[in-house]
Design a binder for this molecule. Structure first.
Ligand code: ZN
Ligand code: ZN
Length: 191
């Protein structure tokens, strides 16, 4: 005898069993996109977790902050480029050895500051986009920790610390971890 769906007794359980509650499910009752089959009622239950709504807030903050880091990184690089350009135009002073070293220092400093903000900016923006779809727990941790490196660049220090603390709080909640582990985008509660 073929097992029947727990919700639709007239249908075969061709969706397998729910990884969370073990109920037999038909294809229609499996939440789409997950790594393991999860039934729609388990999904709805996990969506109602007390901290799950923070995922949207965190996603927005990551995208906004990631965008700011990207802008800061680009302006450091542009500024460094302009400085180097200016220095190259200045007449060389053969008597002073510093005039040889200075452009390289400016270049290295600007590149380090620029890339130090660009890299976490990219990770944060991407992590935010993934969190909107309730995915990427590991990526979100990387974004929170990576953002702390931006503290080295003076611009974003307090915001990166606050965001890192908030992210650590949200991402360590058991209901959030369980929800992100599904890899299933948010259920549409409309209709
Ligand atoms: Zn279930
Ligand atoms: Zn069903």
């Amino acid at each position: 005898m073929v097992a029947k769906c727990g919700t639709h007794p007239d249908r075969d359980a061709d969706g397998g069993t729910c990884a969370r509650c073990g109920t037999f499910v038909c294809a229609e009752c499996v939440a789409p996109g997950g790594a393991a089959p999860v039934c729609t009622s388990c999904l709805a239950h996990l969506d109602r977790g007390p901290h799950v709504r923070h995922l949207r807030i965190l996603a927005i903050l990551f995208m906004v902050h990631g965008g700011l880091l990207l802008a800061a990184g680009v302006s450091y690089l542009l500024f460094g480029g302009l400085m180097l350009d200016e220095l190259a135009r200045m007449p060389a002073d053969p008597g002073s050895p510093e005039s040889e070293v200075l452009p390289e220092l400016v270049g290295v400093f600007a590149a380090a500051m620029g890339l130090g903000q660009l890299a976490p900016g990219v990770v944060q923006a991407f992590a935010g986009w993934q969190l909107f779809r309730y995915r990427g727990l590991g990526l979100a941790w990387a974004a929170a920790i990576g953002g702390l490196f931006a503290v080295l660049g003076c611009y974003c220090a307090p915001t990166a610390l606050l965001l890192g603390g908030y992210a650590a709080y949200v991402l360590s909640r058991p209901d959030v971890r369980a929800r992100l582990a599904l890899g299933v985008p948010p259920a549409s509660h409309g209709a």
